[in-house]
Design a protein around this ligand. Structure first.
Ligand code: SAM
Length: 276
């Protein structure tokens, strides 16, 4: 166990797993147009192109794997949720998807040129183990890259939601403790874990993304229906508190409404490095 491991990593892993099994289709409905935006920069950070063998860890509905395949790569996706893997296979029937854990990848040593994870790192109970596994399955000279959300001050959707819970509800609800949600929004922490896993020359950048929503109310619907930790926090609120939170989230999102379209800045942090 490393100092940053949660107290009971297995309890947190089970909580995440059950959450993703429950929300896979709603995640695809609410988040596809947002998280797919970083697929291009993520793949560029690892040099994905013709013939490159790339593994997309925590592939979810398969967005990064599909984008890699469009660039001519030999793309494989892996996710621990059977529901997500089934969804990915139905979306992209010609691609290869496996059910497996990021912390114990079901692939041989040195079998990939590149490993990516789009918004996976913040969900792993032991993210250092995922990086150790990425290092193991990469060939020498291969590259790893991951994205996470920027801090809530910049990723305004999370700022609105968490601010609403802090003001009208209770953040202190009984959830299995996990690594801090915004741990890797800090570039120094990304550098530290990447070099700690044996990677060199880490590069950290911020990637602009915009969450285009049909209405301000859609922000609450997305996090209430389709996340895991934030969804669990919202579902643990008292009914009156939840009503107040819903209203505050709608009002917060309204500030980003122009001409009937709600566009919320949701930048990502992109970290990449090489296996020497
Ligand atoms: C926020 S979604 C990201 C999905 C997709 N990569 C995207 O770009 O939208 C997080 C994904 O991580 C997967 N996941 C979480 N912990 C995992 C683990 N330990 N091993 C494999 N997949 C995991 C979940 O099942 C879920 O599909």
């Amino acid at each position: 166990m490393t100092p940053s491991d949660p107290v009971d990593a297995e309890a947190f892993r089970k909580f995440e797993h059950a959450g993703w099994e429950a929300v896979a289709h709603r995640y695809h409905h609410h988040f596809a147009r947002l998280t797919a935006q970083t697929a291009g920069p993520l793949l560029e950070a690892v040099g994905v192109g013709d013939g490159v063998r790339v593994l997309d860890v925590a592939t979810g509905p398969g967005y990064a794997a599909a984008a890699a395949s469009l660039r001519g790569a030999d793309a494989v996706g892996v996710d621990f949720s059977a529901a997500q893997v089934a969804l990915a296979r139905s979306q992209y029937p010609t691609l290869e998807f496996h059910q497996g854990d990021a912390e114990a990848l079901p692939f041989p040593d040195e079998s990939f040129d590149a490993v990516v994870s789009n918004f996976g790192m913040l969900h792993f109970a032991r993210p250092e183990r995922m990086l150790a596994e990425a290092h193991r399955v990469l060939r020498r000279g291969g590259r790893v890259a991951f994205t996470v959300w920027a801090k809530p001050e910049d990723a305004k959707g999370f700022g609105i939601v968490l601010g609403a819970v802090e003001t009208h509800g209770n953040m202190d609800v009984p959830l299995p403790p996990g690594p801090p949600f915004f741990r890797f929004s800090d570039g120094e922490e990304c550098r530290r874990v990447l070099t700690g896993a044996g990677f060199v020359a880490p590069e950290i950048t911020q990637v602009a993304q915009v969450w285009t929503l049909p209405a301000p109310e859609a922000l609450f619907d997305a996090v209430y229906e389709a996340g895991v930790r934030v969804r669990a926090i919202l579902r643990a609120q008292a009914p009156e508190a939840l009503d107040a939170i819903r209203g505050a989230i709608r009002d917060g999102a309204k500030a980003f409404e122009r001409d009937g379209v709600t566009e919320i800045p949701m930048p990502a942090v992109l970290a990449s490095a090489a296996k020497p």
